[in-house]
Design a protein around this ligand. Structure first.
Ligand SMILES: [Zn+2]
Length: 61
């Protein structure tokens, strides 16, 4: 699995706090959209890990 540095969309702040996520996998569909748009910042920003990234990171977190 192609792990990347933690990053999050700069648009997450528009979501309710509980829905904000960060990504750490370059194959995550949502993460790729964020990356392609260039609308991201590095780091977790205290968000939870995106569900797609989580499943790509493998079981047993
Ligand atoms: Zn993701």
């Amino acid at each position: 699995m192609p792990r990347t540095a933690d990053f999050h969309s700069i648009n997450e702040v528009k979501k309710p706090v509980d829905n904000r996520v960060y990504h750490n996998d370059s194959t995550c569909p949502l993460g790729r959209v964020v990356m392609a748009a260039g609308e991201y910042s590095l780091g977790k920003n205290n968000y939870r890990l995106c569900r797609d990234c989580d499943s790509r990171n493998g079981p047993g977190r």
